[in-house]
Design a binder for this molecule. Structure first.
Ligand SMILES: [Cu+2]
Length: 502
């Protein structure tokens, strides 16, 4: 096990949530191989990992039907409950599903719509919530851990989608202490807010690709988190696209496609590239960029989304594959994160219909005004060995999450500069609820760099050793969460409460 930095931290006693600590103590400690070799969850390409079928036709996500029956309102019901699915031949896998499917149904609504979704929690014995990741919804409608929906009960989430809010959002549980497990067991879905006037040509289509991470035991079940999972975040054996391993998509030569990629994994960093097709970034978490930006590769950290236009000019297979990315790994069993083929696109010999070129301008993005003041959030990791096992914590400004504590107070409508300092040994993707922010700069070893494009974001990777600066403005009052989007880290304390006053 690597203990870089932890001893220097003074073996501080760390108070994570009681549930997390209990979970760690019950955990199989054989995962803690002090030699740095072996370990029982080797991640991708693990020996003995269950094989999954590849090459099936890519399925469209099921669309959540709008029951409103009139324009301007989106009304539906989402039920979270246990289900059984088949990832591998002959093996039943118990999962958690929204309306029976994982990923959950795709929600499509328009800017200006009112949304009323009844959430029915039918997960046995566990509270849950639905958090509308990235969406500008009121604090009391945002599925915070302070607003649990008890097992067997329903609640209605209601909010308006403001003009200008078109973007690639998603939804997932955010209950206290159970988020990580409910998500890796299957609860996550995409929520696309469409623009009334979309500058991207309709000929490109609009394909949502939800990337999730799966680990299966030999009997088809999903094993519980190990010590390694709690430290690094859970990384599975298979990355799935819309629930399928390396599915195939057929396009005609010359086709241009609009793709929305979601990293809905608990903890897997996805550095992505197309082999054989040109990729252009057109949007991020909070919608379109000001103008398209060509890219050879993109890093999508847990929780992030990216909107692409991809041109398939040459016949033959094109793959979307992962590249190696070292995000910092504690202990043995670092998964092979490069070289995974996620999706194969078969480009035909015959050309299809002519495609309009992408527009050179997509939409204006106004820079947020000069900040009223600034705050500094320092991420750190601590670890201590005691008689009953390893206690570890993931901290912000030296503190583990406490739902009853307000960590910072802000004011609605005021722009703030947030400086996120990662003093830890791992990368931590930073996410804040309720709004979109603008990343201004990254600083590392005294060197400052700018992001490759100016964009609206709600999740951004803060690499280890890096300081990131962003501008943020909350428009609505209420309590908001900010946290690391490695869900195991969030659960072990790397989360805080922002109270936005009116
Ligand atoms: Cu983290």
């Amino acid at each position: 096990m690597h203990r870089r930095g932890f001893l220097a931290a003074g073996l501080a006693t760390v108070l994570a949530s009681p549930r997390a600590l209990a979970q760690m103590k019950m955990d199989d400690m054989s995962g803690l191989d002090m030699s740095g070799h072996g370990g029982h969850d080797m991640g991708a390409m693990a020996e003995g990992a269950v094989a999954l079928p590849e090459g099936e036709v890519l399925r469209d996500l099921p669309l959540l039907a709008n029951a409103a029956g009139r324009p301007g309102l989106f009304k539906a019901r989402l039920t979270a409950e246990a289900a059984v699915t088949r990832f591998a031949e002959g093996l039943d896998t118990p999962i958690l599903a929204y309306n029976g499917t994982s990923p959950g149904p795709l929600i499509e609504a328009f800017e200006g719509d009112r949304v009323e979704i009844t959430f029915a929690n039918r997960i046995e014995g566990e509270a849950s919530t639905i958090h509308w990741h990235g969406m500008p919804v009121p604090a009391d409608q945002d599925g915070n851990p302070m607003d649990p929906v008890a097992a067997g009960t329903d609640r209605v989430y209601a909010f308006e989608l403001p003009e200008g809010s078109a973007g690639s959002y998603w939804y997932h549980p955010h209950a206290h202490g159970t988020t990580a497990e409910q998500v890796y067991r299957g609860l996550a879905g995409a929520f696309v807010v469409k623009a009334k006037a979309d500058p991207v040509p309709a000929e490109y289509g609009d394909t949502v690709l939800v990337l999730t991470d799966l680990r299966l035991a030999a009997d088809g079940s999903m094993p519980a988190n190990t010590m390694t999972d709690l430290m690094n975040g859970r990384v599975g054996d298979h990355v799935l696209v819309n629930g399928q391993k390396n599915p195939r998509l057929a396009v005609t030569k010359g086709a241009v496609r609009r793709l929305r990629l979601y990293n809905a994994t608990n903890a897997r960093f996805l550095k992505l590239a197309f082999d054989g097709a040109a990729m252009t970034v057109i949007g991020t978490d909070g919608g379109l960029l000001a103008a398209p930006v060509a890219a050879d590769e993109i890093l999508l950290s847990p929780g992030e989304r990216i909107e692409l236009v991809v041109s398939f000019g040459r016949p033959g297979p094109v793959t979307l594959a992962t590249l190696d990315y070292d995000r910092g790994w504690m202990g043995p069993g670092r998964p092979a994160d490069g070289g995974l083929t996620l999706l194969t696109i078969d480009v035909s010999e015959e050309a299809g219909g002519a495609m309009p070129p992408p527009p050179s301008r997509l939409r204006p993005i106004a820079p947020l005004p000069a900040p009223a003041f600034s705050r500094r959030l320092v991420f750190s990791e601590t670890m201590a060995m005691n008689a009953t096992g390893m206690e570890m914590g993931f901290l912000i400004n030296g503190k583990a999450f406490d739902m009853a504590r307000v960590d910072i107070v802000g004011k609605a409508g005021e722009t703030e500069l947030w400086e996120i300092v990662n003093q830890a040994d791992m990368d931590h993707p930073f996410h804040v609820h309720g709004t979109q922010f603008q990343v201004i700069e990254h600083e590392r070893d005294g060197k400052i760099s700018r992001p490759p494009f100016f964009a609206w974001k709600d999740t951004v990777n803060v690499a280890r050793g890096e300081t990131l600066r962003l501008l943020l403005r909350q428009e609505q009052p209420g309590r908001r969460m900010y946290h690391c989007h490695i869900l195991e880290h969030e659960q072990l304390g790397m989360m805080g409460v922002l109270d936005v006053t009116a």
